[in-house]
Design a protein around this ligand. Structure first.
Ligand code: RIB
Length: 321
């Protein structure tokens, strides 16, 4: 059976500016490209899981405008069920100002999110989950909607034994009550630093940060490390999973979203952490080889064909095609 995943999160239209050098404060530079692309951490993760073959429902809010319409359309085209996402008047759809620096063959980004309708999610929008959350194998949350909504969803899921993946991005303080309802947490190295106070600079500091996240009450912690792949840890094991190399790096936007959605999809299928990390790193490598958030998220056939090329066993993922 296909994994059933619930995402409660954000939609944003990404306004992407590329430059060969980020400007300093007070400085103007001439850029080299502009485009819009559908994004938002919640929607990116929902779209990625759906393209990988999961059955995905997304709860969110968009404004009654062209960005909102476009975001809902692409989510639906990708297979995401959006009947619990609402369109509201008087507030614009969320946007993200994505700045990409392409320099010395490397790509880096900076993002400013203006949440708009995302911050209008209210407890009444998620009350239906009290009766329905058991339909899902996993819940995926991020921090681009009101934290109170995330806390309620996590509490409902925890109460019914449904695992929750939290992508704590953008970084924010998290209460012990919230963390104890989370089964998997996946920050990047910067967010891990904010959460643990440990600067993640090498394997040893990454391990200490993972252990600290485990001690904070989350059973499984995964830190994504960009070009260095990811680390996973729980009370039984610590695993380092290298990034998949060989593809061009064009734009790293949504790499984390792609990784997390793939990790959750594989875990729901019953994959052991090592295999789920391999699947997730493969999806993320394809994502960063293309421009834009959702336009770059791969489908299941692309991921499995790259895994096969790399002589990985893909038998357990065939059901997702
Ligand atoms: O994780 C990448 C996403 O963060 C972008 O698509 C942007 O919308 C921001 O939310």
């Amino acid at each position: 059976m296909r994994p059933r995943i619930l995402v409660v999160g954000s939609f944003a239209m990404d306004l992407i500016v590329s430059t060969n050098r980020f400007p300093n404060s007070g400085e103007t530079v001439i850029g080299c490209g502009f485009q819009t692309a559908p994004g938002g951490k919640g929607a990116n993760q929902a779209v990625q899981a759906a393209r990988l073959g999961a059955q995905v429902t997304m709860v969110g809010k968009v404004g009654n405008d062209s960005y909102g319409k476009a975001l809902l359309e692409i989510a639906q085209e990708s297979g995401v069920e959006v009947s619990k996402t609402t369109v509201i008047d008087g507030v614009p759809t969320g946007i993200a100002n994505v700045q990409i620096e392409i320099k010395d063959g490397k790509s880096a980004n900076r993002i400013i999110v203006v949440p708009g309708a995302n911050m209008k999610l209210e407890p009444q929008d998620i009350m239906f989950l009290y009766d329905t959350i058991e339909q899902y194998d996993m819940v995926m949350l991020q921090l681009e909607i009101p934290i109170q909504i995330n806390e309620i969803v996590a509490r409902i899921a925890y109460g019914k034994g449904v695992p929750v993946m939290l992508n704590p991005a953008p970084a924010a303080p998290l209460s012990h009550e919230f963390l104890k309802c989370i089964t998997y947490i996946s920050p990047n190295e910067h967010e891990a630093h904010d959460l643990t106070g440990i600067a993640v600079t090498d394997d040893e500091s990454a391990k200490r940060a993972v252990e600290k996240l485990n001690r904070s009450g989350v059973e499984n912690a995964i830190i994504t490390l960009g070009a260095n792949g990811a680390v996973f840890g729980n009370k039984d094991s610590f695993i380092k999973s290298p990034a998949v190399e060989g593809l061009e790096i064009v734009d790293t936007t949504a790499a984390g979203d792609s990784f997390i959605a793939a990790f959750c999809t594989a875990t729901c299928l019953g994959a052991e952490p090592e295999m789920a990390l391999e699947f997730a790193n493969t999806a993320a490598a394809i994502t960063i080889s293309r421009m834009g958030a959702q336009p770059s998220l791969p489908d299941i056939n692309e991921v499995l064909s790259l895994m096969k090329q790399r002589r990985k066993n893909i038998d357990m993922f065939e059901i997702l095609r």
